[in-house]
Design a protein around this ligand. Structure first.
Ligand code: URA
Length: 260
């Protein structure tokens, strides 16, 4: 493996800080007699993390809000998100995953965060869970031209971990603006993370799914009817819940039809 590949592998696994120049045998240290503690050699000292000071977090949040509010088109929002450097996830991901599908569609789908395939291709839901999502859409007669798809967090968390609540909070102004600019007739949240973040609810997805709720936000002329359903990745792991998801998708289809 070349050094570049090794570094990329480390970054994808979430290793984004150097904490020492030489390996440290902590077991040997704990076996050593406790009597005469030696100062640690310089090279073994853990370097302070290069992360931003605490005051930078609210600053980044207000930076995100200002950038999002200033974007008056989807292209301007995409450019603002690509230029934003207040989220640490941007250091480890390859690209901003903005959206896919038809921005004129009446149905907007919102997932959690990109995975490795999405990060490589720059499009949401293109991996295995995306393939399941496409089949679920097809089951109600829709494809990607009939919907608009994005995520709450547009940058891949390293190692495909779940985004932290602070990362979701930081990205919230962007997704709120994104929804306002698309102005969909209906919203479908894929998984608990988007539902919790955008509906400000704390219940788990099992309680939230399958019910129509109102999404309210500044910039929208009216509340948008929103439903949450299981995330396709969860369905791949727990296929027994596909039946409930199928019911949710049918309810969405019915509501679309009622819109005329
Ligand atoms: N999971 C998500 O939530 N979003 C994607 O884009 C891919 C997988």
């Amino acid at each position: 493996m070349s050094p570049q590949h090794l570094l990329r592998w480390y970054l994808e696994a979430g290793v984004d800080e150097t904490i020492g120049e030489v390996p440290v045998d902590r077991y040997a240290q704990s076996r050593a007699p406790a009597a005469a503690p030696r100062p640690e050699p310089r090279a073994e000292r853990i370097a302070p993390p290069p992360s931003a000071p605490p005051s930078a977090v609210p600053e980044a949040r207000s930076g995100a809000s200002q950038l999002a509010a200033a974007a008056t088109t989807l292209e301007a929002l995409r450019a603002a998100m690509e230029a934003f450097d207040g989220c640490a996830l941007k250091k480890t991901c390859q690209r901003t995953v903005f959206a896919d599908g038809n921005p004129e569609a009446r149905l907007m789908l919102i997932g959690e965060a990109p995975g490795a395939d999405e990060d490589r291709q720059g499009l949401p839901f293109v991996g295995v869970s995306g393939q399941l999502l496409d089949r679920m859409l097809a089951s109600i007669g829709l494809d990607r031209n009939d919907v608009y798809i994005t995520n709450v967090v547009p940058w891949r968390p390293p190692g495909n971990r779940k985004p932290e609540p602070a990362e979701i909070a930081l990205c919230l102004p962007f997704i709120q603006r994104h929804i306002a600019l698309v102005d969909p007739a209906l919203l479908l949240f894929l998984g608990g993370a988007p539902a919790n973040a955008l509906l400000a609810r704390v219940e788990g997805i099992t309680r939230l799914r399958g019910r129509w709720m109102d999404y309210h936000a500044g910039g929208l002329p009216r509340p948008v009817p929103a439903m949450a359903t299981f995330h396709p990745a969860y369905l791949l792991r727990t296929p027994i819940h596909k039946r409930e998801s199928w019911q949710d998708f049918r309810a969405v289809r019915k509501r679309l039809e009622s819109l005329g």
